[in-house]
Write a protein that binds this ligand. Structure first.
Ligand code: MRU
Length: 361
């Protein structure tokens, strides 16, 4: 997608010396800053601090983290320690664990001398596959959205958090169909919820603005009244983990939107690639929900009058605060899942119709 008119990915490798450059998402939307990650520790910190975030991008960055960890030494202990370090960064997005398992399966059989190069190539393959899968999610989601646009030729959509290209390598998941609809000449407008406490909605607004897609930012709590008023054609969100029965873990607040959408008769779509589906997890109750630091609620980030970014404390440091970062939307509230293979009902049977190779026994 474009930044200031220039085609850009969210992560790109540098050959010599080995490193990756990423867009620092903690600086957005105030400043576009590129950060260089040259070691396992750089990658661990980038994921924990959410300089990189979004389920697919976390997976790709972790894959490069393994590759960087193996540059000085690539014995079994180094490989396993790198995987354990990265696996401990964020618990909910399964793409992280999917990517690490893929690296482990690819590298373990190899002689240590071959592993660093193989890891580098495998990470690049995962990144390229993510781009292609998100492009296809866009095409498949557009088929569903076209039917909602109907005779009006206009689409009013709502999303939550940031499931755009910033959360992936390119295109995004929930926003990919929106970009595809816009490119197909459909008159699209997107309601973007702020997504307290980390305000990932501001990232969504930033990237929609960069691509020229009309949008309006709302407080999270305004979503219900807007859905109830009518005029919203669909809600489209991403996912951090989809259980084998179609339950969806996504950014906290997603469930409330799904409930309001059901009550208002508005379709609720979840867009995600294969790497977000956890066939080993039978239902959503088993998905670990990340609890994030209290400071994310207590301190608000913004611009001062002179346009300088800064932090403001809105709660005393000893205030009791809970900060669950994700919630669970049961499959019955999801109108359809959209993946790179097509769309399906949010159910075990629906997922297996897209991924028959996961049918065992
Ligand atoms: O905590 P974050 O910002 O990493 O959470 C991101 C989300 O919840 C996204 O909706 C999800 O990862 C889908 S990204 C394509």
């Amino acid at each position: 997608m474009k930044v200031n008119g220039k085609l850009t990915r969210t992560i790109w490798p540098l050959a010599d010396p080995r490193a990756v450059d990423v867009i620092d998402q903690t600086a957005l939307p105030y400043e576009y800053r590129v950060r260089r990650l040259a070691s396992l520790e750089d990658v661990r910190h980038a994921i924990c601090s959410m300089q990189v975030r979004g389920a697919p991008l976390i997976g790709v960055t972790a894959a490069y983290g393994v590759a960087l960890a193996l540059v000085p030494r690539a014995d079994d202990d180094t490989l396993l320690a790198a995987i354990a370090t990265l696996a401990a960064t964020r618990p909910t997005a399964v793409n992280l664990h999917w990517a690490l398992a893929r690296l482990q399966a690819c590298l373990t059989p190899l002689a240590p001398a071959l592993r660093a190069e193989a890891a580098w190539l495998e990470a690049a393959r995962i990144a390229d596959e993510d781009v292609e899968q998100c492009r296809r999610i866009g095409e498949n989601g557009l088929l569903l959205l076209r039917s909602r646009a109907g005779a009006r030729g206009r689409l009013d959509l709502m999303t939550h958090c940031n499931a755009g290209w910033l959360a992936t390598v390119d295109y995004g998941t929930a926003l990919a169909p929106i970009y595809a609809a816009s490119a197909a000449g459909i008159d699209v407008h997107v309601w973007v919820s702020e997504t307290r406490p980390r305000n990932q909605g501001l990232l969504t607004a930033w990237e929609l603005r960069q691509q020229g897609v009309p949008h309006t930012v709302i407080a999270d709590n305004a979503a219900g009244v807007l859905l109830a008023r009518g005029g919203i054609d669909a809600v489209v969100v991403g996912a951090d983990r989809i259980a084998a029965n179609g339950d969806v873990a996504n950014k906290v607040g997603t469930w409330l939107k799904a409930l309001a959408a059901r009550e208002a008769g508005v379709p609720f779509y979840v867009a995600a690639p294969r790497s977000t589906i956890d066939f080993a997890c039978p239902n959503g109750e088993l998905i670990p929900i990340e609890e994030r630091p209290a400071d994310e609620l207590c301190i608000v980030r913004g611009h001062d009058a002179a346009g300088r970014p800064g932090d403001l404390r809105q709660l005393p440091a000893d205030e009791a605060v809970a900060n669950p970062a994700f919630d669970l939307t049961p499959a019955r509230l999801v109108s359809a899942l959209i993946s790179e293979r097509g769309s399906c009902p949010a159910s075990g049977a629906g997922l297996l119709s897209l991924y028959p190779e996961e049918r065992h026994g």
